[in-house]
Ligand binder design. Structure first.
Ligand code: BG6
Length: 486
């Protein structure tokens, strides 16, 4: 997050190196960083996968295709990059011998490129393979190397409190917490990181960020897409596990946390954990779950969730969730935080809306025509990243009529381009900065919060695609810029 250190040359070993995540996200980001980017010449990649038929050459071919699909024009330079930076080693059936072979191969690659023995092991494997992979690495002695060793784990970190604790325990048997980088890609988004600067570098907001001034907070992450090719996986997960427990809860902690003692990884993560510890037990009546049915989006027919390939025809998995949570501490007691997410909604939007309390209205009381709305601050994380402040102005003319207007800030007008979340996170891993990675206790606390809802979920309501979810959710949501009674 803060670039200060000289970056050590290292080997990036991607386990699951022929998978979808590598193809769509990691490889394009690694390419952008190293091909004339800030990590040029800093690392070499050794992809490891189950495919036994691949070798360096065929892997480079696979990678050229992947980069092409990601919109990176594959000309001579990209081909050179693939030749220079990419190697492949099969880990076949993931037996100990396969990892011994991996160890020998990585030492060869390090020698060939004259690398000093710093290693990143990126587990881009299906979640079911995390523990086994970490244990195999430990068994063959790859948990420590001649230089530093870091391990990267992608979400989901477990599927409930117990499994998250078990995952942490088994990984900790080989790797120390300061070697572990748990990725929640929302933390890599520039606008999400900016939440802290926005809050703590601006007196204007700092002084009103509390229960005296704020009446409610609503955090929305909606998507237009359905479950796409991940239906089978998604059906065992649902919106609470896939989005709420991680991405939305991260946004909640960054919005609600106290200022850290220092702008460093652990002080920041300490404050985030404290927010999670202050969450009141969830109220079942304050959660609405929904599932999309078939219908039309922009004139095109789309299948209902239960008709998606790989989904059971009587599936009870939610594709939408809206819930109210309360942070029971000195700053936030009594302020509802609404978390809402869903697939096949009307638009793709990630937004935090801070609703302020009504002003004192005594002086306007004799002017019955005036209607007043409370102020709100809208932080849009994607798309059209920026901030809006909605406030009241007097409409020109004799009568006292007020109107809500807004002040805008848009990133794209102020800065040219926002970096991709994966590039930011890969940079931080190379630098050894854990600020944007989720610590073990954060993961466990977040799961603990949702356990009761996961074990005994409330009713599921159907909703039409292209809408804002089931009507039932209205009772959970809070209005933006509430009308203040005169
Ligand atoms: C992933 C979820 O973590 O985030 C997906 O598993 C979801 O279901 C995705 O589509 C959303 O990410 P973004 O960056 O597109 O908002």
């Amino acid at each position: 997050m803060i670039q200060m250190t000289e970056i050590d040359r290292h080997l990036m070993i991607v386990l699951g190196g022929t998978g979808d995540l590598m193809r769509r996200k990691i490889l394009p980001a690694l390419h952008r960083l190293s091909d004339e980017g800030p990590l040029q010449g800093k690392f070499v990649i050794l992809a490891a996968g189950r495919r036994k038929t691949f070798d360096d050459e065929s892997y480079r071919e696979w990678s050229r295709d992947a980069l092409d699909d990601a919109g990176i024009t594959v000309e001579a330079e990209v081909s050179n990059w693939c030749e220079k930076c990419l190697h492949y080693q099969s880990v076949g059936d993931q037996e100990t011998e396969d990892f011994e072979r991996l160890m020998r191969r990585l030492e060869e690659v390090e020698e060939e490129h004259d690398l000093p023995g710093n290693r990143v092991f990126y587990l881009a494997t299906p979640p079911g393979a995390f523990i086994e992979t970490a244990e195999r690495l430990g068994e063959v002695g790859l948990d420590q190397g001649p230089g530093w060793t870091r391990i990267v784990v992608e979400k989901p970190f477990g599927h409930d409190f117990e499994s998250a604790r078990e995952l942490n325990r088994r990984i900790h048997a080989h790797f120390d917490e300061d070697q572990i980088y748990r990725i929640d890609h929302y933390l890599g988004k520039e606008t999400v990181q900016n939440l802290l600067t926005f809050r703590f570098a601006n007196t204007l907001f700092d002084s009103v960020w509390n229960r005296d001034r704020i009446s409610s907070v609503q955090i929305t992450v909606s998507e237009e897409i359905g479950v796409e090719e991940r239906a089978e996986f998604y059906d065992s997960v649902g919106a609470l596990r896939d989005m709420v427990q991680n991405h939305l809860t991260q946004l909640l902690t960054l919005t609600a946390m106290e200022p850290p003692a220092e702008f460093e990884a652990d002080p920041i993560r300490d404050e985030k954990v404290k927010v999670l510890r202050c969450l009141a037990p969830l109220d079942r009546n304050l959660l609405v779950r929904g599932q999309y049915v078939n219908g039309e989006i922009d004139g095109e027919k789309v299948p209902g969730y239960r008709e998606e390939e790989g989904v059971a025809s009587d599936s009870d998995t939610e594709t939408f969730a809206a819930l109210r949570v309360y942070v029971q501490n000195w700053r936030w007691q009594g302020v509802p935080f609404v978390l809402r997410t869903g697939k096949r909604m009307s638009s793709k939007l990630s937004q935090i809306v801070i609703n302020f309390r009504c002003p004192s209205l005594a002086i306007f009381q004799r002017h019955g025509e005036a209607t007043i709305n409370a102020n709100s601050l809208i932080l849009t994380l994607q798309p059209n990243e920026g901030f809006d402040i909605e406030f009241e102005v007097k409409r020109p003319g004799d009568a006292l009529r007020l109107e809500t207007e807004s002040l805008h800030f848009r990133y794209e007008e102020a800065f040219l381009e926002l970096p991709d979340a994966y590039e930011t996170l890969l940079m931080d891993i190379a630098e050894g900065d854990q600020t944007l990675f989720v610590r073990a206790d954060e993961v466990e606390e977040a799961w603990r919060t949702y356990t009761s809802m996961l074990e005994d979920p409330p009713l599921l309501y159907p909703y039409e695609p292209g809408t804002n979810g089931p009507g039932e959710a209205e009772r959970i949501l809070v209005p933006r810029g509430e009308a203040c009674p005169l």
